[in-house]
Structure formats: C-alpha cells, structure tokens
Design a protein around this ligand. Structure first.
Ligand code: FES
Ligand code: FES
Length: 163
C-alpha cells in the first residue's frame, strides 16, 4: 500500500515522514526517529515496555500504527529528562533501586509520569493498580512502587514550597 505523509510532535519537536500503513508506532519511534527509550518487549500489548504518552494518555506504542498517530503530540522517556537533568521520577528510580535490568524502566517511568499527572497523591494501592499494565520481568515491583510514591511526595513538596 502507498506510503502516507505523517506529521507528529515528538518531545516538543515537529516530525514529518512517510509511513507505510502497516508500520507500528513503536518501530517509527525507535527506527525512524531514533528514540530507543521505548522498548519492544512483547509486541502484543501485554508488557508495557513500549509505553509512551500520546495526547495526554498512556499508550502502548505497539498497539497502534504510526498513521493513527498522525497529528498527535507524543512524549517518550527522552522527553521527560536527560542524562544531565533527570526527571524527578528518574532520580527516584535511581535512588530507590526501582530498576534492575532496566528493560521495563522507560515504559514504567513514562506510565508513572502520566499516573502522577492524573493522581498527584496516589496511595500505594493506586500506584500498583496504575502500573498494572506494565510488567517488570525482574519483578522489582516493591522498589518501583517505592520510587513512584517517593517521587510523588517530592513533587508535592516542591509545589507546596512554591506557593
Ligand atoms: S511491546 Fe508493547 S506492550 Fe509489550
Ligand atoms: S527492571 Fe528488568 S524488566 Fe523491569
């Protein structure tokens, strides 16, 4: 089938390219746009390693075609922080050992970021429910949850201090 002209904003930058209708968004992000943060785990929407934010929602990028994201605003882990300036969630995962092999981590943090946007002060149960679609094969959930709760507390404290 003929390639289609696609435009999207990724991590604040406008991107334009041609895409075959069968091309999954995760492959576009990784192979066309060079964003290797979102990972491919299962490609069947089970693991969450490919999680990104699309128009303010957590989406598993293996579950949609790039052409379906035409015109969308997308944020990947690369848009949250950088090696020089980590996002508070990234700092927290580092501090609380929220990762082991790290394979699930970009998707986990991207999902946690959206979760805290929707619920800035979650309980432990709400965090566990919120990340239920993201699987950690190293089973490091205890420290992942701790990392997210700690980041939430830090973000809230910073907001209070700024008032
Ligand atoms: S690679 Fe997308 S959910 Fe596993
Ligand atoms: S840290 Fe290894 S899969 Fe989660």
């Amino acid at each position: 089938m003929a390639k289609q002209h696609i435009k999207m904003t990724v991590n604040g930058e406008e991107k334009e390219f041609l895409s075959e209708p069968r091309e999954l968004l995760i492959h576009t992000l990784r192979d066309k746009l060079g964003l290797k943060g979102p990972h491919v785990g299962c490609e069947t929407s089970h693991c969450g390693a490919c999680t990104v934010e699309i128009n303010g929602k957590s989406v598993k990028a293996c579950t949609m075609f790039a052409v379906q994201a035409n015109g969308a605003e997308i944020t990947t882990i690369e848009g949250l922080g950088s090696p020089d300036k980590l996002h508070v969630l990234q700092e927290s995962f580092k501090e609380h050992h929220g990762l082991q092999c790290g394979y699930c981590t970009p998707g986990m943090i991207t999902r946690a970021h959206r979760l805290l946007q929707e619920n800035p002060n979650p309980t432990e149960e709400e965090v566990r429910f919120g990340i239920a679609g993201n699987i950690c094969r190293c089973t490091g959930y205890q420290n992942i949850v701790k990392s997210i709760l700690s980041a939430a507390a830090e973000i809230n404290a910073a907001k209070e201090a700024a008032q």
